[in-house]
Each structure stands twice: as C-alpha cells, then as structure tokens.
Ligand binder design. Structure first.
Ligand code: PLP
Length: 456
C-alpha cells in the first residue's frame, strides 16, 4: 500500500507524519520564522526582493506553514522530493542508522554504503559495475567529468546550451543556460544546441528532422573541435530546468553512436530525470542508448539527506583498479545519506512508486495538461511524461513570443494564493509534483492551474 497523507489535519489525526511537526496554527511562529530567515543569505536570489514562503512541515504531496496554511507541492521543492515529504520508512531508516553510526570516512568499508550501492545497481541499466557516491548532483558531474578526462587523456567536454549540471567549478561551466559561469580554471568546455522542436535552431518541422539536424550539428562540432580532444559528452537525458525538453526519437541513440565512434565517454545526467520522475528508474533506458557514466542525486533519496552519485561502467571502473581515482569528499557515502538511499529505494520498490508516476503522467497529468492547452490560448506547448512536465506560456501563439516575466510572476503569486506551490522558470510553469501524488491531488492541481490561467 502506498503511504499517503493529504493534509496536516490527517497527519495530526493519524500521527503518520510525526505529531511534533504538525502545525500548532501559530501565526507568531510564522512571523518569528520570517524574522530569523533574514539572517540567511539565500542562494540564487537578490536578497532585497525576497519574500520566501514559510514551510514548517510536510507530508506526501503537501507542505504547510506554522499557521496551518497548506499548499499542494507541484514543485517537489527543487524537483527532488519524489517520494513525497516525510515518508515514515525513510525517516525511520535515517533514525535507525543514526543510532548505530553517524559518520565514517569514505575509505572505510561500511555496511550501509554497500547496501546503498546494491540498491542503486538493482535499477541501473546493464553494464554498470560500481557506484561512486557524492553529496549532490553537481559533484556527481564534477567526478564524472574527472573520470572521463583521466580515462581518455583528453580535455574537452561537450554539453548543451539548454542545460543545467550544477553550481560547482566544472558543472557550472558545462551548464549552458543563463546560469553558466565561465571561470578561468575550467578548461575545454564546448556547447551545442540540442533538440527543441518548438523553438528549433535547425528550422526543423518534425521530431525526426529535429533529431537528425541536431545530431548533424553535434557531429560537425565534434569534427571541428577534433574528436581526439574530446573527453566527454555530458547531457541530461531529459533537460529539466531548461524546459523538460524530452528528446525526439533517435537523438540519444545517435549521440551514443557518435560517442562510441570517437572514443568519447558519454555521461548522462539523470540528476533530475531519474528515480521515478520521468516514469522510469532512469529516463534514458527507453532511448536505446548505453552511457558510460550516469550521474544521479535528487530522487535517489528524495533529498532527505544530501546525496548523489555516479554509476560507473565496467571498463571505467576497471581503469581505476590499479590507479587512484582522485575524487571524494569527507562526507562521500555518508552513513545517514546511505541509509536514506536504501530506505527510499526499498519504499519505491514496495509501493510501486515508479509505475505510479508513469501512470499519473499517462492517465491524469498528460491528458489534463493537454486539455488546458486547448482551453487557454496562452499555452504554447505542453511537454513531458511521468511527473515531469513543462507548460510553455506565450503572449502570442503564432509568433511564440514568450509570456513576459511580469505575467509569470503574477501567475506564480496567484497559484500560491490558490493553494499550489508552483515551479516557474522563465516563461514556463513546470508541473513536477512528487511521484506519490494521488490522481485526486493531481486533478486538484490541474483545476487550480486552470483557474489561474483563466484569471491570467
Ligand atoms: N544536474 C541536473 C540535471 C540538475 O537538475 C541539477 C539540479 O537541479 C544538478 C545537476 C545539480 O544538482 P545539485 O543541486 O544537487 O548539486
């Protein structure tokens, strides 16, 4: 049976979410939280214009403040809470590990670390031998890039302009969107345009044409840079924050073939797309492509404790049999993170969470969002699968001019007022609830979006 709590009231009655976290309907505590929050320097934000929501607790697909105002979380926080908030089995798993061993250096053998590797490898595509554990998605990509450079003896990394790979040294340079921050220490990063039929860089008019032309562009770039200089191609299986750009058929398989032809390591970034989000354990498995390294984080443990990792293929793992892999941090493979991974994956298996996410996408969110596109002229395109959707909003359907930031800001505010915690990126509303969202909750979210689009 799936674990679902739909409101703080239910949680309080059933005790499922831990009574201590259930709000006491305390406006003063909200005010105190806001006051204390001023001492936090928030990430990715101009501090003066900040007006952050108070989040006091959560359960399943909902969060609430101290005063008991509840929001349906259609953001999964940063698209990571795949198993929903406060899953009791994961909280219990972390607590149980805390009673036994809360820290251990990465070089020691620790039972829970081996069990976490086993749990991840149970769902890995064929050919993966080992897991390198990290603290998050960014350092998973850092280490994957380092492995690729060491095994190939080459420098360059090719990635998409429309991408996000994390906010650390090489990962932020590999990132291609507005957040890319070139820095003098990161060498050899090359960007290409990936497929995006709605705003095609290639004048394509069909998914097949878009795929073929994007692959041609990639091939030409590799040839121009010199294949012998390229260590890795690093791509998100489904570019996420760039707009849930599900690649057209044949694209990822074509990238895989190009990488193999030139001895380039293919790194697929599944940090956002993996672990149920796209309705599969790993989003690329349906694309007929075999990666050499796969990076993951977020959904692997729903973010209950910082964790991430790299799936390492047999040949690359073997390359470090007699040679040091110079990667790792004090907290790599942290016992609490490992316990949360084991508990998360076991809960996902037991409760059929991945299958549930696929069904929610196919039966509720997909058709529901398509219906919204028919009703509202402001919707330019709807893309996605599973619980991984983007609604692209336009000022004009013919010119596809993006809806301006002011309107997107108003929409975001209105959605919160109507009881939804949304994720808004540029001119897109991302509909990315936890995988555990029930059909009724998904319909409730769709109805609120419908009303908000009508008001817009
Ligand atoms: N890769 C992808 C595809 C992501 O979406 C993200 C974060 O949003 C990252 C990497 C970075 O992960 P983290 O923020 O855990 O370092």
């Amino acid at each position: 049976e799936r674990w679902i709590v739909s409101s703080p009231e239910t949680a309080a009655v059933t005790g499922e979410a831990g009574a201590a976290d259930v709000p006491g309907r305390d406006e003063d505590l909200d005010a105190l939280t806001r006051r204390l929050d001023r001492q936090v320097l928030h990430s990715w934000s101009a501090q003066a214009s900040l007006d952050p929501l108070v989040i006091a607790g959560g359960a399943g697909s909902r969060v609430w403040d101290h005063a008991g105002r509840t929001l349906l979380d259609l953001s999964s926080q940063l698209v990571n809470t795949n198993l929903g908030h406060q899953h009791p089995a994961v909280v219990a798993g972390i607590k149980a590990q805390a009673d036994v061993l809360t820290t251990a250096a990465p070089a020691n053998a620790v039972l829970v670390r081996g069990r976490a590797a086993q749990a991840v490898l149970r769902h890995a595509p064929e050919g993966f031998a080992k897991v390198f554990f990290t603290n998050a998605g960014a350092d998973a990509n850092e280490n994957a890039i380092r492995m690729a450079r060491l095994v190939t003896g080459r420098d360059k990394v090719v990635s998409h302009y429309r991408s996000y790979h994390g906010n650390t040294g090489a990962a932020i340079v590999a990132t291609g969107d507005w957040r890319r921050m070139p820095n003098e220490y990161a060498r050899g990063h090359v960007h290409v345009f990936g497929p995006y039929l709605y705003r095609s860089e290639f004048w394509a008019t069909s998914p097949q044409e878009e795929s073929e032309r994007a692959l041609r562009h990639l091939r030409r770039t590799i040839e121009a840079e010199g294949p012998g200089t390229i260590a890795a191609i690093l791509l998100e299986s489904i570019p996420g924050t760039a707009g849930v750009l599900v690649p057209p058929p044949g694209y990822l398989a074509g990238v895989g073939a190009l990488a193999r032809e030139h001895g380039i390591v293919l790194i697929l970034d599944e940090v956002m797309a993996g672990f149920g989000r796209a309705g599969d354990w790993f989003a690329h498995t349906a694309d007929g492509v075999a990666a050499d390294l796969v990076t993951f984080a977020k959904g692997v443990n729903s973010g209950y404790v910082p964790a991430g990792g790299v799936l390492v293929s047999e040949p690359i793992a073997a390359a470090f049999d007699d040679r040091v892999f110079p990667g790792g941090l004090t907290y790599s493979g942290h016992p609490l993170a490992m316990a949360s991974i084991v508990a998360t994956i076991e809960a996902m298996e037991r409760e059929g969470i991945v299958e549930h996410a696929a069904a929610i996408g196919a039966d509720v969110l997909g058709p529901g969002l398509a219906a919204l596109a028919e009703r509202h002229g402001v919707v330019g395109e709807v893309r996605g699968r599973g619980v991984f959707w983007a609604v692209e909003l336009v000022a004009d359907r013919t010119t596809r001019e993006p809806l301006p930031a002011s309107a997107m800001g108003a929409l975001k505010k209105d959605l919160v007022a109507r009881g939804v915690l949304p994720m808004v990126a540029e001119n897109r509303l991302h509909v990315v609830p936890p995988c555990v969202i029930t059909p009724d909750e998904a319909r409730e979210g769709l109805a609120i979006i419908d009303d908000a689009l009508a008001a817009l």
